[in-house]
Design a protein. Structure first.
Length: 256
């Protein structure tokens, strides 16, 4: 008889980290410089200033822990809420929970993380449509952020939270009609959605046409409203290089 191969004993799962332990680690890992960087990006309220490098290491230990995520969000701390978006279970994340968390978002750093969580759920297309209609800059920017991610996933069906070709067309129509009047961060994610639609099969031509109209309109508006004193005047050095020499064209004279 051939001896049976020895099976390695499975290592016991590490003990679950409590909310108190995670908050203590986040506080110890925070730095004033990182907190200052977050403040410059609009983060308000309680913030330890934890780097994403540390959050990635912590996430390897925690993985998915929905109960922990719920408790971390309730602390109101920025770093804890970012990590809550990472630790939350997409299968247990309901529309109600996403909507509750969306109303707490007050900066684009956290908006990016919550949009990333939303697009991982099978409710992504529903929450996208709901957030896009909101007047709040953060909610509408998250809606378009989800849209830009879903547009890059043509193989994802509606049952999995994906969007159909008809919905892509509706997004493109809304984008062309509302991008100029949208708030700053919403407009930023609408631009991202336009790029994503252009990367989707069979939508490249339509996205390029929409982008051309958008660029032409913005360019014309900027030229029309640009004040006279804001126009760039050539410096003395530039004027010397641009000076026409006898027998030479302007382009040749500009070449050193």
């Amino acid at each position: 008889m051939t001896p049976k191969p020895k099976t390695k004993a499975k290592k016991p799962a590490p003990p679950r980290l409590t909310t108190k332990q995670v908050m203590a680690e986040l506080k110890a890992a925070g730095t004033a410089q990182t907190a200052k960087t977050f403040r410059n990006h609009g983060v308000l309220g309680d913030c330890y200033g934890v780097s994403y490098a540390f959050l990635k290491k912590l996430h390897k230990r925690v993985r998915t822990d929905h109960k922990l995520a719920l408790e971390l969000w309730q602390t109101g701390n920025h770093d804890a809420r970012v990590f809550a978006c990472w630790a939350a279970d997409g299968d247990k994340t309901t529309m109600k929970l996403l909507d509750q968390w969306a109303r707490d978002v007050d900066n684009h750093v956290l908006a990016i993380e919550l949009a990333s969580l939303a697009q991982d759920t099978n409710r992504a297309h529903r929450i996208m449509a709901k957030w896009i209609d909101r007047k709040s800059e953060w909610s509408s920017s998250m809606g378009w952020g989800v849209a830009s991610r879903l547009a890059m996933q043509p193989g994802r069906g509606p049952d999995e939270g994906g969007i159909t070709e008809v919905q892509v067309g509706e997004l493109l129509t809304r984008l062309k009609a509302g991008i100029h009047s949208a708030p700053n961060y919403t407009r930023h994610n609408m631009n991202n959605a336009l790029i994503s639609i252009g990367c989707r099969p069979k939508w490249k031509t339509k996205a390029i046409a929409a982008a051309k109209r958008h660029v032409r309109r913005v360019g014309a508006r900027r030229r029309r409203h640009r004040p006279q004193h804001a126009r760039r005047r050539p410096t003395h050095q530039h004027a010397v290089h641009r000076k026409r020499q006898p027998g030479l064209g302007l382009a040749a004279a500009a070449t050193p």
